[in-house]
Design a binder for this molecule. Structure first.
Ligand SMILES: Nc1ncnc2c1ncn2[C@@H]1O[C@H](COP(=O)(O)OP(=O)(O)O)[C@@H](O)[C@H]1O
Ligand SMILES: [Mg+2]
Length: 268
């Protein structure tokens, strides 16, 4: 059964999209079959994987709002070998209001994944929008596992309290959600801000793991502009290697395997 892992943080610019894209590429490089789901109306992941939004017949918007549409019919190929995508569309911005009238509106994504045939993939990676709204709640309800990308920024730690409060409330709907920990991104090795953030995270959240650190690099933006992953654009770069490490870390921390290290069992 596919592991459903979301990259989640309500703050924008923490490299959720970059991480979803490049972890997908890293896992695919290891011959894992990956489905990425773009849940952000800005559709950055969709564009970065080479999908032409203007040509789309259906998107994740339709998947969430049309009862009789199944997951498979929304899946499209991407520019990254081994990675398929449920694309986003700017229409998704309207889904929040439209879902208001839908019964069990927080469970729409979960239902679609439950009724879809996930055996086609080893991993389903979800890119979350920079918001705490009904779309993000759908992600928290549908995911098995959560990774929180976090960038060295004065606001980064301040948003975490609200994030964990939201996760705690969603546990009622998704008691088994596993929060792995933080994925530090855009980390400049000599930055004081980054060093301080990492030590504060380790002190204040000892129950969560720090995943392998992703260095600051312009290659991320360049590869997205080229509509592919960093692993293909600059396969030997430090940032590509970092995302391979993140992929390997996730592969080694499957909550369903008894051999996973004990820290991953940490709950909020
Ligand atoms: N490791 C990195 N080094 C430098 N810039 C990065 C890195 N990762 C992402 N970025 C850039 O930061 C910006 C925000 O990244 P993005 O993945 O879109 O964040 P989010 O999806 O959380 O809003 C983008 O311009 C992206 O190219
Ligand atoms: Mg994004």
């Amino acid at each position: 059964m596919a592991r459903v892992i979301a990259f989640f943080n309500q703050k924008g610019g923490t490299a959720k999209t970059t991480s979803t894209l490049n972890v997908a590429a890293a896992l695919a490089e290891q011959r894992q079959r990956v489905l990425a789901i773009d849940m952000d109306p800005q559709a950055s992941l969709t564009m970065a994987t080479g999908v032409d939004i203007a040509q789309l017949e259906v998107s994740v918007y339709d998947l969430l709002l049309e009862d009789d549409l199944d997951l498979a019919s929304t899946v499209v190929p991407t520019s990254i070998p081994g990675v398929e995508l449920v694309p986003s569309h700017p229409d998704l911005a309207a889904a929040e209001l439209e879902l208001l009238n839908v019964l069990e509106r927080e469970r729409q994504l979960e239902h679609r994944l439950e009724h879809g045939d996930l055996s086609r993939w080893d991993y389903v990676l979800i890119d979350a929008p920079p918001a705490l709204n009904v779309l993000s709640i759908n992600i928290l309800v549908a995911a098995d596992e959560l990774v929180i990308p976090i960038e060295p920024h004065p606001l980064s730690l301040m948003v975490l309290r609200r994030l964990f409060e939201t996760i705690a409330r969603v546990r009622r709907l998704n008691p088994d959600l596993r929060v792995h920990g933080f994925l530090p991104t855009k980390v400049h090795h000599s930055s004081r801000l980054a060093a301080d953030m990492l030590s504060t995270l380790a002190e204040e959240f000892p129950q969560y793991t720090l995943l392998p650190v992703v260095p600051l690099s312009v290659k991320g933006a360049e590869s997205a502009a080229e509509r592919t992953s960093i692993l293909q654009y600059m396969p030997r770069s430090a940032i590509a290697e970092a995302y391979r490490d993140v992929g390997a870390w996730l592969a080694g921390h499957d909550p369903h395997l008894a051999t996973s290290s004990p820290e991953v069992s940490a709950h909020v």
